[in-house]
Design a protein around this ligand. Structure first.
Ligand code: ATP
Length: 235
């Protein structure tokens, strides 16, 4: 089986995430895509995120119509029913690292399964700073999607130093910014050029706070959930 994993804060999940998962599914014949809401992403530790349970619920709502798409609890905080609100805070404060998540997932897969790590270019350009980046890149293939405002040229240059290709290898790659592959010792990167969905969760939170309709950017059930629970309204 071909399995995709798409991690994110999903605060909220939006059509850009779904477009990425659909494009990767079509191109790599993915049988399953796991959407993994992160608990506390290491790169955004101080960000005040919507509680995990709401972000997970929105992922479940947005993926319910597509059989291959599954919400995942791989990075869920340890929800033993909290006795006090401070013990809930402590549980939610666990930071997740992708290398641990991928290893945990791979331990549950068959040898014949192929894993694809789906990621947008804005996140990939920081990959060298991730925990055990080189090990992570060798654990599975990466599918890096374009995003408005970013160039796929930045992909090769973002690799950890030891993996960065020498310039003769980069050059043909630069000349072919259309979808392509970069196969180097210890890393396989697939580039998806056709995901150009101009949307971000940040913009959606701002639109929700301003009372604007969200239907253009998110699944209707997610829009309803945000509205009914006043998730992003200004306090
Ligand atoms: P925020 O605006 O809060 O930073 P976001 O919209 O970037 O959030 P995340 O949940 O942080 O969403 O993203 C999860 C993953 O999806 C990341 O790899 C990100 O690069 C990718 N992604 C998000 N939006 C898009 C998009 N419009 N097109 C392609 N990839 C995207």
């Amino acid at each position: 089986m071909n399995i995709g994993i798409l991690g994110g804060t999903f605060d909220p999940i939006h059509n850009g995430h779904l477009a990425l998962a659909r494009a990767a599914s079509a191109r790599f014949s993915l049988n399953r895509v796991l959407f993994v809401p992160s608990n506390i992403p290491p790169h955004k530790p101080k960000l005040s995120l919507t509680p995990f349970i709401h972000r997970y619920s929105m992922v479940a709502l947005a993926t319910q119509g597509e059989k291959r798409f599954q919400p995942s609890l791989l990075e869920a905080p340890d929800f033993t029913v909290p006795r006090t609100s401070s013990s809930l805070k402590r549980q939610e404060a666990t930071v997740n690292y992708s290398i641990d998540t991928v290893r945990k997932l791979k331990a549950s897969l068959k040898k014949s399964d192929r894993l694809f790590f789906l990621i947008g270019i804005d996140a990939f350009i920081d990959i060298a700073k991730w925990r055990e980046a080189t090990a992570l890149l060798s654990e599975c293939a990466f599918v890096v999607a374009s995003r408005p405002g970013y160039s796929l040229r930045e992909v090769a240059e973002s690799l950890p130093e030891g993996l960065r290709p020498a310039s003769p290898v980069i050059l043909p790659f630069h000349k072919q910014p259309a979808a392509g592959d970069l196969v180097l010792p210890g890393v396989t990167l697939h580039l998806l050029e056709d995901v150009n969905y101009r949307v971000s969760a940040t913009a959606i939170r701002a639109a929700a706070a301003a009372g604007k309709p969200l239907a253009r950017w998110v699944d209707p059930h997610v829009a309803d959930y945000i509205r009914k629970l006043s998730l992003f309204s200004r306090k």
